[in-house]
Every structure is written in C-alpha cells, then in structure tokens.
Write a protein that binds this ligand. Structure first.
Ligand SMILES: [Zn+2]
Length: 504
C-alpha cells in the first residue's frame, strides 16, 4: 500500500520515491502580494498543508517552502495607484494572507522566502546561464534563449513551433519569440526600491527566475515536489524547469503536482435557492470576506472534498452542501458528548498517532475493528495520489458506523457505560484520523445564531412552550412552532434527553 503521485511531467501516477530517502522537499508557488487573496489562492496551500500532514504521518521529514512574490510589475502598478511603496503594500497584503492561512489551519509552511531578499541568488543563476551562452543581455535586459534548451516544452508538452503561434509580436530585441526575461532593466519612472544593482545595470528579476532561485536555495538543485495551480504549467513552470536545469545540468523537481482551479458553476446556481446577488458577492469575495462569512474549517473541508486535480465548483449551493456534510460530524461529536459527558476531541490524539492508542481498551471488538478498517480505507485513498475526497468519504462511513452503534446499543437511554466509552473512543479515533488532513483540529465554536446567548435563551423559551403544548396534546400549535422555525432555517431535534436546536 505505497504512495503514488500523479506527475504532470510524465502524465501518469508514479510510485513516490523521494530524492533522499526519508526526506521530502516541497515548493509551492505562493502569492504575488499586490492585492488581497481570493479563494483560488487558498486552494494550493490547503491541499499542500493536507499533503504535508499526511507525509509527516507517513514518516517523512518534510520541508515545505511557499514563496512570496514581492517584486513584480503588478505590485509596482498597484503601489503607484495607492500612493504607497511596493514594500509597504507587499507587507500589508502578506499579513492579510498569513491571517487567512491561519484561519484555514494551514500550519505546515516551513519557509516563506521573499523574492526581494534573494536578488543575489537570482543574479548568480543568470550569470551561470550567461556564461553557458544560454542567456543573453540586450541593453540591460537579460533573456533566456529557448532554442538552447533541447527539452524546452517537456512539462506543458508544447513544441517551440506551437508556442510561437501563440506568442504576441516578437520584441525586436529578442532572438526568438519564445525567449523570456530573466532580468528586466529598470525604467526611469519605476520606484527606486525595485531598482537592484546587477552586472547588467539596475533592474529587477523576472517572475520565473525568482521561483527557481528560492526553490534551489532552500531545497537544493534537485528536490521532490513542485506544486502550483494548473494555470502555472505554462509558461511559469516550464520556464522554471528550463532555467534551473540549464543552469545545474541536473533535474529540477522530481514530481510536478498541479491542482485544479476554482470555477463558478452556473448550472448548480440555478438549482440553489441562493439569490443571484449572493452568488455574485461570493465570486467577488476576498479570502478575508469569505472567512468573515464562513468558518475556516468549512472552507478547508470544502476544498478538500474534491480530489485536488479536479476543478473546484465554487458556488453558494456547493458550500451549503459541504456545510451539511460537516454538520453530520459536528452532530455526532455533540451527541457523544451528551451521552458521555466528555468531549471526543479530548480523546483524539495529535496527528500521526491514530494507531498509537490501545485498541484493546474497546469492549466491542466489532467497533474496534471498524475503526481500524476506516483508517486503512483513509490511508488507501491518500496513498492514491492524495485523494482527500476518498479519505473524507471514509470518514463519513466511520461517522455512520458510530451513529449506528449508538442507536443499536441504545446509548441515549439505557446503554451500558462500557458501550458509551466505546462510542467516545471511536469518535476520538475518527477525529484523530481526520487530523491527518487537518480537519477537526479543535472544537468549533457554536455557529451563527447560537453564538448569541440571547438567541439561545429565546430558543429555550420556545422549546419549553412547545413541550408544554405537546403535554396538553395541542399538536397543531406545537407543530406550527416547529414549522415556523424551519422556515427560518432553525431545526429542532427531539432527543430522548431533551430538545436541541440548531441554525443553518
Ligand atoms: Zn513560482
């Protein structure tokens, strides 16, 4: 049951064998920090955070690098628009990005190097390329000569001829239309802070070379996994490979992993009851706004519910659907807490240790065996190219089994203490397994209306009135209360030990 990874460069799933046994280096292209991130910027970090957690669990020593692009045309333009410096803008947007990462439980990034702090490394690579006659300078600009790289196009599977057809008009200074900039000469109107000294005069690096330099600085000439969105395959990643491998004569990244992009599904929207205004607002939302609207755990769960190579259908209806899924788990956690008086979160172990608790402490062998089976199913899914969607499906089945156990053993009324402890232990294991992809790391605060103590007090009054009516056999009025609440998306659940409410 070994790990396989789909490699964009070979277009197939391959057994995962790191360059250095036991160690894994991951480089993920990070944000260009010129404007607030949107949901698309969260996809890669969430996926790779789950991947890193799983690799650590699998016994690897993982180093994960996500760069910050703080030298870029877009940043210069936006800073000028806002009347600020590129550094101030970059810092502000970076803080916003890091806040969002924290809210999304993206905790595994080891290094976040900034392009502006690696100009020396960048110049060094360009000089080596120039010495090999693969790069050439024209009036302060330096270009990479794609015709000097025999296997240029191997990642995106394009020939030079294909690319030329798609290129814009050739710059007069370039030798070939497909040549790309490694270094850009400073323009007089640009701010001083982006004019770096170099052997070719003042200027700044191109975007592609920034990633090559930072990846090689922290992970070595050859490392294991290079990730990014599908939209980065060409030209960004193609050019990273070309520069890096031409410079070192060694392979750059061994596995290229590309995540699907978020897309807005209009068909699904038509079926949902969300208003068009709400849909439009959703598409425009920054990550920051999104996290004001939805809990970070829901966004993370939403992204991980799709296998990473597939597109993520992004709509209000999809998020609402995922919320229902997540609520299934929350309800089980609440149910077990009500039955046992203990939180299953306290029974869960930290990442990497689900097998470590003593299974023998189960009194039900059948339930204990089920727990082990679900862990194995989860692992099988993750080993199949990090299929988090399959892993989450296993968690669902796991929750279903614990719920069935609670019902069969009548734990809400007469069940034995031993069985209650079993339910608690199994739920703790479910949480432990979920943590391998960074879900259920901490108990979630009660959502929406129930956050508000006054709302809860009012609901308790309504629940008491309804109970009173039912005792008097006035079912018409008691049902009316329930129906009116349902219209407001508030659900009442009658349980043997009382009625609880929840707002959607
Ligand atoms: Zn990059």
């Amino acid at each position: 049951m070994s790990l396989t990874v789909y490699n964009t460069i070979t277009r197939k799933k391959e057994p995962f064998e790191p360059v250095t046994p036991g160690k894994v280096g991951i480089y993920l292209c990070g944000p260009t920090v010129y404007k607030p991130s949107h949901v698309g910027h969260a996809v890669g970090p969430i996926i790779f955070d789950a991947i890193k957690r799983y690799l650590v669990y699998s016994g690897y020593d993982v180093t994960w690098v996500v760069n910050i692009t703080d030298v870029d045309d877009k940043l210069i333009i936006e800073a000028a628009n806002q009347g600020t410096t590129t550094m101030e803008l970059a810092e502000r947007v970076t803080v916003d990005y890091l806040d969002a990462m924290k809210a999304l439980y993206v905790e595994g990034i080891d290094l976040m190097p900034k392009a502006s702090e690696h100009i020396g490394d960048i110049i060094d690579i360009i000089k080596r390329l120039e010495a090999k006659n693969i790069a050439y300078a024209v009036e302060g600009d330096v270009y990479f000569d794609v015709t000097k790289d025999d296997d240029y196009g191997k990642l995106s599977n394009r020939s030079l001829e294909d690319q030329e057809g798609q290129r814009e008009l050739q710059s007069g200074e370039k030798r070939n239309p497909g040549d790309f900039a490694l270094w850009k000469a400073a323009k007089p109107e640009e701010p001083e802070e982006v004019k770096f000294d170099s052997p070719w005069g003042k200027g700044r690096p191109g975007w592609h070379i920034e990633c090559s330099a930072m990846a090689m600085r922290y992970l070595g000439d050859t490392f294991d996994i290079h990730g990014g969105g599908l939209d980065l395959i060409f030209p960004h990643h193609e050019n990273e490979i070309a520069q890096s491998e031409s410079c070192t004569d060694k392979p750059f990244a061994k596995y290229w992993m590309h995540n699907g992009l978020t897309r807005f599904n209009t068909k699904k929207v038509a079926k949902s009851d969300a208003s068009p205004e709400m849909q439009e607002a959703l598409v425009k939302m920054t990550l920051h706004n999104l996290l004001d609207t939805y809990p970070g755990e829901l966004i993370r769960y939403f992204i991980l519910s799709t296998q990473y190579r597939r597109p993520i259908e992004y709509s209000e209806a999809e998020i609402a659907g995922r919320r229902k899924g997540l609520d299934t788990f929350y309800r089980l956690f609440e149910r077990v807490e009500r039955i046992t008086g203990s939180s299953a979160y306290d029974k869960a172990t930290e990442i990497g240790a689900p097998q470590a608790d003593a299974s023998s402490s189960f009194s039900s062998t059948a339930l204990s065996d089920s727990c082990d089976e679900y862990l194995q199913t989860f692992i099988r899914s993750m080993n199949d190219d990090f299929n988090t969607a399959g892993a989450i499906a296993a968690l669902f089945d796991f929750a279903g089994t614990v719920n069935r156990f609670i019902e069969e053993e009548k734990l809400e009324t007469t069940g034995s203490d031993a069985s209650k402890q079993d339910a608690l232990l199994a739920t703790g294991k479910l949480i432990s397994v979920s943590r391998l992809i960074g879900i259920f790391l901490e108990p979630q605060a009660k959502k929406s209306a129930s956050d508000d103590g006054v709302a809860d007090q009012a609901m308790q009054v309504l629940i008491k009135i309804r109970q009173h009516l039912r005792k008097k056999k006035d079912f018409e009025t008691s049902d009316l209360i329930r129906d009116l609440l349902t219209e407001q998306k508030i659900t009442l659940e009658d349980r043997p030990d009382g009625t609880i409410w929840r707002a959607e």
